[in-house]
Design a protein around this ligand. Sequence first.
Ligand code: HEM
Length: 264
Amino acid sequence: MAASLIRLHFHDCAVRGCDGSILLNNAGSERTAESSKSLRGFQVIDDIKAEVEKKCPKTVSCADILTATARDATVLAGGPFWMVPYGRKDGRVSIAKEAQMVPMGRESITSLIEFFQSKGLSVLDLVVLSGAHTIGRSTCGSIQYRLFNFSGSGKPDPSMDAKYLNFLERKCRWASEYVDLDGTTPTAFDTAYYTNLQDKMGLLSTDQMLYSDSRTSPLITALAYQPQIFSYQFAASMVKLGNIQVLTGQDEGEVRVNCNFANP
Ligand code: HEM
């Protein structure tokens, strides 16, 4: 569950900033976009919000809850701690089309770099935050195209380790199955994500390509064997992520009463 909450926070901040827009649950909202289909953990946020509203009505925004939850989930998984500055407000707008911009694993490294840059995040942030894939799972549907008919070749993606490919082909017969993003230490928040890439065991093609692109591969090499640097920089990059386009002004946004709906 920790992993789903970290991902939910990323998808929130990646569209209109960290404003809880991913949580709005109405026709045509971000949550209904194709790129949001595999997001999980909404109920956890709703449960926390319900508790907080009981004790302290209309005070803590859904965006703050998401941000704090992503931090706590990271710590629970064995990752670093960082300070979360509170006071984000919730937005009232959420548009599915905008969420379609969030990367889903089939993009080029150039488009990932551009997407991150458009949010004020650097190439280092891209490589370090992708390290969140050291925990959590993917639906097989997201990677099946790599296993059986890559780019219409009728063959698997040649950048994959043969044994790992064999494992995935057996594991991923059905699109609805799940597979660990980190094939070696799936529950530990460690640097195995990076060493896996060196061993051609990246699950998503965007993960694996980070190691073949000259703009990102030196960073993978640096992070692979320096867990302290990964830990320190993950915290720093998550602070940046959590501060994207936050609404904090007096007349900006609102503190939603129910994370699923804008206040009436
Ligand atoms: C760099 C571009 C990124 C791409 C292309 C990407 C893509 C994906 C995909 C395709 C999945 C699996 C979806 C499925 O279930 O089918 C996934 C899962 C996940 N992503 Fe990313 N992601 C990216 C960046 C990030 C960032 C920045 C974070 C957080 C800091 C993150 C955290 C996660 C986590 C924790 C999971 C596992 C979720 C779970 O177990 O429920 N990802 N990502």
